[in-house]
Every structure is written in C-alpha cells, then in structure tokens.
Design a protein around this ligand. Structure first.
Ligand code: FE2
Length: 180
C-alpha cells in the first residue's frame, strides 16, 4: 500500500489523500490487489524468476493488461524483477535515480517488494512515494520523477508500454531534495 514521505520527514498513509496529491500532478494511483493464489505467492517470494516464471505471473494478471489495452492503448507488457543478486544493480539503478521524464507513460503494477518514486510539485517541492504490492501507478509522459530502491532490496512489477522506445530517460538536471 502506497505511502508518501515528505522532505520534512512526514509520512502520509491515507490512500485518498495520497491519490489526490498525485492526481494534481496528473499521476494515477490505483489499489489493485496482487495475485493471491498459492503458485503466484510462491513465485513472488523467489529472489529471481526465469522467463517462463515471469510469463506465468504475467498470465495471472492478464485481465489487467486486457483492460489497459482497451482503455488506454497500451501495447506491450513485461515484468521487471530487481533484487540484491543482480551483478550490475548499482549501475542499472543509477540511470533512474536522477530527475528525468520519458516521452511514454511510466506504468507500473507492483506485485511484490517495494520501491520509491520521487515527484516534483508545481512549487518545486519534492516528495517520495513508496510503492509496494497492490499499487498500480501511471506517471504520464513528460512528468518529472525519479525512482530509487533506498533500503528495499527487492521489487517485482509489471511494466506496461505504449511505445518502448519512449522509455529512455531524459534528464532535466533539476537538483533533488534531501530525504531522511
Ligand atoms: Fe522513469
């Protein structure tokens, strides 16, 4: 369940409040329960997943993709699995830890683990959004943000794309607020 962490160190946990604050930036947050079946749970608990296992999990949430295709025009989906055993993890994460935007929407449906998006408000203020299992988030194209793992070691999420070439980060060079 999503949580906002402000640069003053305050936590916001009320879902409706979080949703409204994100909506002001054009960002959609939905609570979509993660797959609960025994096999899905077994896969979600693993550190890493083989391609066939990723497909199996994607299959268990395929109705979400069908809905997004119909309603939002998304074309493809895949599964990103981040864990402490990835050899070039630091380099991989470094690309997204600076403020950037994309020319495609950044859409994530978190199935397990935890990660942190950072957002910039119209007055220049910044906050972190912790996302975890059951959070669906759509960060529209051209919205400044970043992503980091902080103290989290693992996350498993479905990514939805209209155009995968639009997913390259464009850095804005804005400096980031400090978070405790
Ligand atoms: Fe991004």
């Amino acid at each position: 369940m999503a949580r906002i962490i402000t640069s003053e160190g305050k936590d916001v946990t009320d879902f409706a409040t979080i949703r409204n604050r994100l909506a002001r930036l054009g960002i959609t947050l939905n609570a979509w329960s993660a797959p609960a079946g025994a096999r899905a749970q077994e896969l979600l608990a693993k550190q890493s997943l083989a391609d066939a296992e990723k497909e199996e999990l994607l299959g268990s949430v395929e109705q979400r993709f069908e809905q997004l295709k119909r309603e939002k025009g998304y074309q493809t989906r895949d599964m990103i699995v981040i864990h402490e055993g990835i050899p070039n993890l630091k380099e991989m994460l470094a690309k997204f830890e600076k403020i950037h935007y994309h020319t495609d929407d950044e859409v994530r449906y978190i199935l397990a683990g935890r990660g942190y998006f950072g957002f910039v408000e119209p007055d220049g203020g910044q906050f972190l959004l912790e996302v975890s299992a059951g959070d669906y988030i759509n960060v529209p194209a051209n919205t400044e943000h970043w992503f980091e793992m902080r103290d989290s070691k693992r996350i498993k999420a479905v990514r939805y794309f209209i155009d995968t070439s639009g997913w390259t980060p464009v850095y804005t060079e804005r400096s980031m607020a400090a978070f405790a």
